[in-house]
Write a protein of this length. Structure first.
Lengths: 395, 484
């Protein structure tokens, strides 16, 4: 049973205590593209996944191993971010636990010139785009004003306001098209843009506006909706009556649901959509069907609104377990490789932990430094006044 | 030997309760091992330890409420150093701890509540740690705050003339607007930050002995106050508590719109018409029974039947018997204008303020028409769509203060009219019924009516008869049959 068959929940009385739907919410339905089943076995080719199978043909064993390594590294970075917040080193941390495959699949499908517009949970995409994890920590520690130079890795700053970045992404994509960086056939030039948001973001005006603009301008953009089933405390069945991937129908471009816990499927579907975009065939909406295993952020307590049985059901669909099982059964990796990779992840964690703990506080004048690109008399005056005010604290 | 301080596990939390220790003294811990479960205002949270090492001391017991920033567990991470050793927040890696970490550790060591700082030093330091929170930038911020707060008193005692007060920009402006040199103002709170209330106290200082402010020699200090007052009044002199008011002390709101109209009308009425107000308490049980019957009447379905409706109808009857109350004094013409129609005003509280729309020719309406007119009037007023025409031409008014649970009041006459009836809350009250042998107390529905009238044209007799008639009609609505 898929989402489509859900009784129209808009007619159901909304009660204070949310009753989870009786259907299996871990089931993405027959439209969901999948190559790896939850137990790590390859899924037979069907009408649903067959159109994307070609994108996996050149993914050799080494590439698959790299994907698994990414998954393990990203999960470790995320766990360290969470721990650092709990130790008072970060103000906040939004965990991506459970969504690693959706992000690594998408991130790996991107080319260097492709631009990513993330929300604030896209640590896995950042990793694939080469953004050092320390940069993410610095932002959540509050020692910089955004975290990194977006153009260095073509990875835009985290956007905390839900859905804003969808408009930025479409605008950037429209610009890329006007620069002539679409449909030239040059693999190093043709550019696509990825706009990341979650199921909660689909309710935003910005999201829907961006779909309109992408549609009518045929912008080279891929909307990547990680449906992690919870918009903070709002479950899917309180957010929409048709699933996000079918939204695209109304805007006149394709929508695809992919198993977001299957890194191979996420990769293949994203590659397909990116190639469409780069070659000038317009936007695609991908719904990565996944689950937020942790809290919304470190400030949230999900036990107050969701049942543990639901989390347990998704635990059985873990993206890393299934890729590990698959590659082990194929003989690509063994326990020793996993152990060694986890050791590397621990070293990475120790590195970023130390970096985080020793990040210097920025000078106060830095908050005035990036307001305008060029010198600005008002800002300069304010900066001087503020420096004077700060100096007033010293005896 | 680093100590793990309670972090803010949410956003802006200031304290947490220790629920359960997951480790005991002597246990070996690894980085990110969960050592304790705490409960915050938001949730239960497990806290991981940031170092490898051995637990040497638990500094808080289960059940303790601990402020953010307070050390809760001491870990021996093999640094070997003493309490001032530089383990700090540094990882167990081999590199030298960075300066910031050193600084943070040094500063935070000073924040231990039992720091040898003298009597109140500990408390003050602890409090500051809570105020700034324990977070990513704890080191330098705390250090800075502490230096200022702890040495503030000394600085003030030194009476350094160049002392610059700590205050937010709006407070500086507030002081400037009042001609106060903010650097002369003493902060009452423990933070040393000057607030509006301090400025106010400073300004009031001239007349208040408790608030020093005119000392030309520099900033006044708390010790001076004690010194000045102690000899005069003895040791138990009243100490005004330190009251901290966040936000504006008073606000000014431009008078416009409905408020302006109301003010003009009320002043005009109150100071031109000599008001007399009379009161009566009445048993309205039979009115309440009538309402129940009317509600069941199919002909009146969908209408709002309530005591106000019956009072409105009773007004039409009482006015017919006492037409003199339905008149108005015309000062210019030196005439009394007797109205032979009744435009019944209903005072209504609306989002825009008080408005008094009236039902034109209410005396010609039957109960159904009156109910419909009142329903529409109330709905229109609540929606803020009452038109000026609806509010002009009234001849007599009801104000229904009973909806606010109030018993009665002394209403002010709506300009252009000569009487206003105040309808109080209808309550179950003990009431003496029967007579002679049958006399007893029963719970009855009881209310109070009041009428204010313009004594220039309405004498006490007429006003009293009108009020008595109104009460009689509510006491027994059947009288309307006889009087109508």
């Amino acid at each position: 049973m898929s989402d489509d068959e859900v009784a129209p929940s808009s007619t159901a009385p909304v009660t204070q205590d949310h009753q989870p739907p009786e259907r299996d919410i871990t089931d993405g339905g027959p439209d969901m593209v999948q190559f790896l089943a939850a137990d790590g076995t390859r899924v037979e080719l069907t009408a649903t996944n067959e159109p994307y199978a070609a994108y996996l043909e050149d993914v050799d064993q080494a590439a698959m191993k790299d994907m698994l390594r990414d998954l393990i590294m990203v999960r470790r970075v995320d766990a360290e971010g969470f721990a650092l917040q709990r130790q008072g080193e970060l103000g906040l941390w939004p965990s991506l636990l459970g969504q690693e495959a959706a992000q690594v699949g998408a991130g790996r499908a991107m080319r260097p010139q492709d631009y990513a517009f993330p929300g604030y949970r896209e640590h896995g995409v950042a990793w694939c785009k080469g953004v050092p994890p320390e940069n993410l920590l610095g932002m959540f520690r509050g020692v910089n004003h955004g975290g990194w130079d977006s153009n260095e890795n073509n990875f835009h700053l985290y956007t905390i306001v839900i859905g804003n970045q969808m408009l930025h992404a479409v605008g950037y994509a429209m610009g890329a098209a006007r620069d002539g960086d679409v449909g030239t056939g040059d693999p190093d030039r043709d550019t696509a843009v990825m706009a990341f948001t979650g199921d909660g973001g689909t309710a935003q005006g910005d999201f829907n506006e961006s779909l309109v603009f992408a549609s009518v301008t045929n912008a080279p953009v891929v909307f990547y909706v990680q449906n992690n089933h919870w918009a903070i405390s709002e479950p899917n069945d309180r957010q929409f009556t048709i699933p996000p991937y079918r939204r695209a129908d109304g805007f006149g471009f394709p929508g695809i649901r992919v198993d977001g816990n299957d890194v191979l499927a996420s990769y293949a579907v994203t590659r397909h959509a990116l190639e469409r975009a780069r070659s000038g065939q317009g936007p695609t909406l991908i719904e990565a069907f996944t689950y937020r295993m942790g809290a919304h952020t470190t400030s949230d307590d999900p036990t107050k609104y969701r049942i543990s049985a639901e989390v347990d059901a998704w635990k059985a669909k873990d993206p890393i377990d299934r890729m590990t099982a698959y590659l082990t059964s194929e003989g690509v990796i063994d326990d020793a490789w996993v152990e060694q990779t986890e050791g590397e992840a621990d070293q990475l964690a120790a590195r970023i932990r130390k970096a985080c703990q020793t990040m210097p506080d920025p000078p106060h004048e830095e908050m005035f430094a990036h307001v305008y690109a060029e010198p600005h008399t008002l800002i300069e005056r304010e900066s001087a006044l503020f420096a004077d005010y700060q100096a007033g604290f010293e005896d | 030997m680093p100590e793990f301080k309670l972090p803010d596990p949410g956003e802006g939390l200031v304290e947490a309760t220790i629920i359960q220790w997951k480790v005991a003294v002597g246990d070996t811990v690894k980085t990110n091992d969960i050592v304790v479960e705490v409960e915050t205002a938001k949730s239960l949270v497990e806290l991981p330890i940031p170092w490898d090492g051995t637990v040497t001391e638990l500094l808080a017991a289960e059940g303790d409420e601990v402020e953010v920033g307070t050390p809760i567990v001491l870990i021996d991470n093999g640094d070997g150093g003493g309490a001032s050793g530089g383990g700090g927040a540094a990882a167990s890696g081999g590199n030298d701890p960075a300066e910031v970490t050193d600084e943070a550790t040094a500063a935070s060591d000073d924040l231990v509540p039992t720091a040898p700082e003298g009597g109140q030093g500990g408390t003050e330091s602890k409090r500051e740690a809570m105020l700034v929170g324990y977070g990513a930038i704890e080191g330098s911020t705390t250090r800075r705050k502490r230096r200022r707060g702890a040495s503030g008193a000394e600085a003030e005692a030194d009476a350094t003339p160049q002392r610059k007060a700590k205050a937010s920009p709006p407070v500086r402006k507030y002081a400037q607007d009042r001609g106060v040199d903010i650097n002369q103002v003493t902060a009452a709170g423990p933070t040393g930050i000057v607030r509006r209330s301090d400025i106010d106290a400073f300004v009031d200082g001239g007349s208040s002995p408790a608030a020093p402010g005119d000392d030309p020699g520099g900033a006044p200090t708390a010790p001076e106050v004690e010194g000045a007052s102690a000899p005069a009044t003895g040791a138990s002199a009243y100490q005004r508590p330190v009251l901290d008011r966040s936000g504006e002390r008073e606000e000014r709101i431009d008078v416009k719109g409905v408020r302006k109209m109301t003010a003009q009308a009320m002043v005009g009425s109150a100071f031109s018409a000599p008001h007399v107000t009379e009161f009566i308490t009445v048993d309205v049980t039979r009115t309440m029974e009538l309402i129940e019957r009317l509600k069941a009447d199919r002909a009146l379905r969908d209408l709002r039947i309530n005591p106000l409706l019956v009072l409105a109808k009773a007004m039409t009857v009482a006015v017919r018997r006492n037409p003199g109350v339905n008149a108005v004094w015309d000062e210019d013409a030196q005439q009394i204008v007797q109205r032979n129609y009744l435009n019944l005003g209903i005072a209504a509280a609306t989002p825009r303020g008080l408005v008094v729309p009236n039902i034109k020719d209410a005396d010609l309406m039957d109960l159904r028409q009156l109910a419909e007119a009142m329903t529409d009037l109330v709905a229109t007023a609540k929606a803020g769509r009452t038109q000026p025409a609806d509010m002009s031409g009234g001849t007599i008014t009801i104000t229904n203060v009973g909806v606010f649970g109030v018993d009665t009041g002394t209403p002010i006459i709506n300009p252009g009219e000569s009487a206003i009836v105040c309808f109080g809350a209808v309550r179950r009250m003990p009431w003496v019924v029967g007579s002679g042998e049958q006399e007893r107390i029963e719970p009855r529905w009881v209310t109070q009516l009041a009428v204010s009238f313009d004594h220039r044209l309405i004498d006490g007799e007429l006003g009293s008869m009108f009020l008595a008639d109104l009460a009689a009609l509510l006491e027994d609505p059947a009288r309307a049959l006889a009087w109508a």
